[in-house]
Design a protein around this ligand. Structure first.
Ligand code: PRP
Ligand code: MN
Ligand code: MG
Length: 190
């Protein structure tokens, strides 16, 4: 269902495509983090979700992972109401727990310029986790400005503004279950 009809005229990735790829990524991640029966809670994989865009993806990824994972949330902002990255990253909400000695997997919806992630990874590495990996559902290779190590990537997509499945334009469209193109007329409207 597309309740934004002409605002989102075409589908870039269907719900099914996203779900299938999410299961594949979950299997790759689990292969690198095998569950040891009886392992202490502190050895569970810590998913660090970058709010708000990665919420839908994290929720589905955690449920597709065949290993235990724990959820932590961090809010940073780079876009505001613009459709282009400003390169200015701001912590809106920090983690509530110490990640020292933990296996951390940062979960992102999209890596565009890479500025948000490169900043975040440097910031998190300073807290000395046992391991620090990144899983991004989407990457826009044409837009990359910063060097970032991505361990798991769902899809490479062209450098167009996409919305849905957590991705917004000025806070709207995150609730669409699929990923679509945003019509320019929707950007002009209040
Ligand atoms: C978007 C997106 C990524 C980031 C990618 O977040 O969810 O976090 O921008 O851009 P970059 O690679 O150019 O840095 P945004 O700042 O819009 O916040 P949101 O997740 O709350 O929408
Ligand atoms: Mn984001
Ligand atoms: Mg956004």
């Amino acid at each position: 269902a597309n309740w934004y009809d002409t605002d989102v005229p075409s589908v870039v990735l269907t719900e099914e495509q996203i779900a299938t790829r999410t299961v594949e990524l979950a299997q790759q991640i689990a292969a690198n983090h095998p569950y040891r029966p009886g392992q202490p809670r502190s050895e569970d994989l810590l998913l660090v979700t970058v709010l708000k865009g990665a919420v839908m993806f994290t929720a589905d990824l955690a449920r597709a992972l065949p290993i235990p994972s724990q959820l932590e949330f961090m809010a940073v902002s780079s876009y505001g109401a613009a459709t282009k990255s400003s390169g200015v990253v701001r912590i809106v909400k920090d983690l509530d727990r110490d990640i020292r000695g933990r296996d951390v997997l940062v979960v992102e919806d999209v890596v565009d310029s890479g500025l948000t992630l490169s900043w975040l990874l440097r910031h998190l590495a300073a807290r000395e986790p046992k391991s620090l990996e990144v899983c991004a559902l989407l990457r826009k290779p044409e837009a990359l400005e910063a060097e970032v190590k991505l361990d798991y990537i769902g899809f490479d997509i062209p450098n167009v503004f996409v919305v849905g499945y957590g991705l917004d334009f000025d806070e709207r469209y995150r609730d669409l279950p699929f990923l679509g193109d945003l019509d320019p007329s929707a950007v002009e409207r209040p």
